[in-house]
Structures are given as structure tokens and as C-alpha cells.
Ligand binder design. Structure first.
Ligand code: FAD
Length: 242
């Protein structure tokens, strides 16, 4: 008999199981997948995630496989908005491990905390008894939400509050944390003058979709920056537009 059964053992479910188990709940964590395994999304841990991992004692394991990312550039128009040195008390803005690595760390932590994990276990039906399924919860920031949700479920399990009240508070707190995070990001950002040459390059690629794509890919590291920012290419590009 379990206090909680959690379906899905990746970045939402595993931390939830860890926190509930650390809180004394008997938690069963199931997933149809086998671990470690990759999925093609959710590779950048940012927003509340890094701070949560640190608080749970797991950030070192992630930092060991993915370097810290401390710079952010938002460029949606005529001027880039750049924030640098985005690290607070050793916690960087973000980390980008493959999901196979991130999820393995999180599943391992759940097991170490006392949760029972069953991989390759597909849940395809709910059995309704005296209790009922009361609704669904949207996950917007999996690690942060797991933290807040674990606290809310623990309050319900301990009988300190009715589940409905605890879950309503969870939603309020989640929304308030999102608003606070956006304000923090804005205060960390600052405008920087754009080098004149870069403005010319950007102007030049506006009429050339293939070059514009290569510029974007070079800037985010999807291709080697030198394949775009090499003198021959720039000369051809800038020469073509005068
Ligand atoms: C294209 C894309 C890019 C994204 N990029 C980012 C990003 O860079 N950074 C970020 O923070 N977020 C990103 N997200 C969001 C992020 O991926 C999700 O918030 C996060 O994966 C949610 O975690 P989760 O554990 O709830 O679900 P998932 O990571 O999707 O895991 C769900 C698990 O539940 C299991 N499961 C589902 N149903 C059953 C069942 N019936 N029985 C057994 N097991 C089941 C699945 O096998 C799976 O392992 C992205 C999302 C998308 C779609």
C-alpha cells in the first residue's frame, strides 16, 4: 500500500517522489520508459531549476556532466539585451545536460530517498474506489513545481490541511514565483551598444534567408561560428550589399 503513486519518472515525477519520500511518505514511482533514456526536449535547466537542484543536493551531479551557462542574450529587434555573470552563490543561470543524464540523476535520487521505482511499467487505466480523481495539474516548470507540489501533498497526507486547500495554495505560490522570476530577470539584464559591424552584417542578411539562418545558427552554436564569421564569408556578404 502506498501513500502516493506517481506516473512518470522524469523531471516532474522523480523529484516529487524524492521529496515526498524524504518527508516520510511511501511513494511508488512508475514509468513506461527504461532509464537512462533520452527524450527530444527539455534539455535546458533554467528558471527555478538550478536553485532547486542545489537545495536538494543534486546540482553537483548535474554540473559534473554539463557546464554552467552564465550568459543570456535576447535579440528580437534592433538591439541585443545581454546579461552576463548570471550566477548566484555558485548556481548558474542554467545547465544543459541530455535528458538521459538529468533524468538518471533524478531517478537515482528518488531511489536513494526511499521511493520505490518501477521502470517499463505502463499505466493505462485508473481504478476508482472510495476516492476520486479530482482533476489534473499543469506542469510549467517541472523542478520548481515538483518542490511546491511535494509540500502541498505532504500537508494533505499529514492531515494538516484538506487536499483541495493545499493544492489551491500550490497554484497561487507557483504563479507568484513565476512573476518574481520575470522581475529578477529584467533587473539582471542591461542594454549594450551593438558593434557597428554587427549591425551591418544583420542588415546584409535581411535580404538573404540562407545567410540569415546561418547567422542565427552560428550565434546559438548550432554550427561552428567560424563557418559564418570568417573573413571570406563576411567580405562576400558585406561586399554584396556595399
Ligand atoms: C520541444 C520542447 C522543448 C522544451 N525545452 C525545454 C527546455 O529547454 N527547458 C525546460 O525547462 N523545459 C523545456 N520543455 C518543457 C519540459 O520538457 C517539460 O516541462 C518537462 O519535460 C515536464 O517534465 P515531466 O516529468 O512532467 O514530463 P516528461 O519529461 O514528458 O516525462 C513524462 C514521463 O511520463 C511517462 N509516462 C507518461 N504516461 C505514462 C503512463 N501512462 N504510464 C507510464 N509512464 C508514463 C513517460 O514515459 C515519460 O517518461 C520543452 C518542451 C518541449 C515540448
Amino acid at each position: 500500500m502506498y501513500d502516493v503513486v506517481i506516473v512518470g519518472a522524469r523531471c516532474g515525477g522523480s523529484p516529487l517522489a524524492t521529496l515526498l519520500a524524504r518527508n516520510g511518505a511511501k511513494a511508488l514511482l512508475v514509468d513506461r520508459a527504461r532509464f537512462p533514456s533520452d527524450i527530444p526536449h527539455g534539455h535546458f535547466i533554467h528558471r527555478h531549476g538550478p536553485r532547486r537542484l542545489k537545495a536538494w543536493g543534486l546540482l553537483d551531479r548535474i554540473a559534473a556532466v554539463a557546464p554552467p551557462i552564465t550568459e543570456q542574450l535576447i535579440d528580437s529587434g534592433d538591439f541585443p539585451l545581454v546579461a552576463r555573470d548570471l550566477a548566484v552563490e555558485g548556481v548558474a543561470l542554467g545547465y544543459g545536460p541530455r535528458r538521459a543524464r538529468l533524468d538518471k540523476v533524478l531517478v537515482d535520487a528518488a531511489v536513494e530517498s526511499g521511493a520505490e521505482v518501477r521502470a517499463e511499467f505502463n499505466v493505462d487505466e485508473f481504478l476508482f474506489g472510495g476516492n476520486r480523481v479530482a482533476g489534473t495539474l499543469g506542469i510549467s516548470d517541472a523542478l520548481r513545481d515538483a518542490d511546491l507540489l511535494a509540500a502541498a501533498i505532504a500537508e494533505g497526507l499529514n492531515g494538516r490541511r484538506p487536499f483541495q486547500d493545499a493544492l489551491a495554495d500550490y497554484e497561487r505560490q507557483r504563479n507568484a514565483e513565476s512573476a518574481r522570476e520575470f522581475r529578477q530577470n529584467l533587473s539582471a539584464a542591461r542594454f549594450e551598444p551593438v558593434p557597428a559591424e554587427f549591425l551591418r552584417i544583420r542588415q546584409a542578411v535581411r535580404s538573404d534567408p540562407a545567410q540569415a539562418t546561418r547567422l542565427a545558427m552560428a550565434r546559438v552554436g548550432m554550427i561552428d561560428p567560424q563557418t559564418f564569421f570568417n573573413p571570406a564569408n563576411l567580405q562576400q556578404l558585406l561586399g554584396a550589399t556595399g
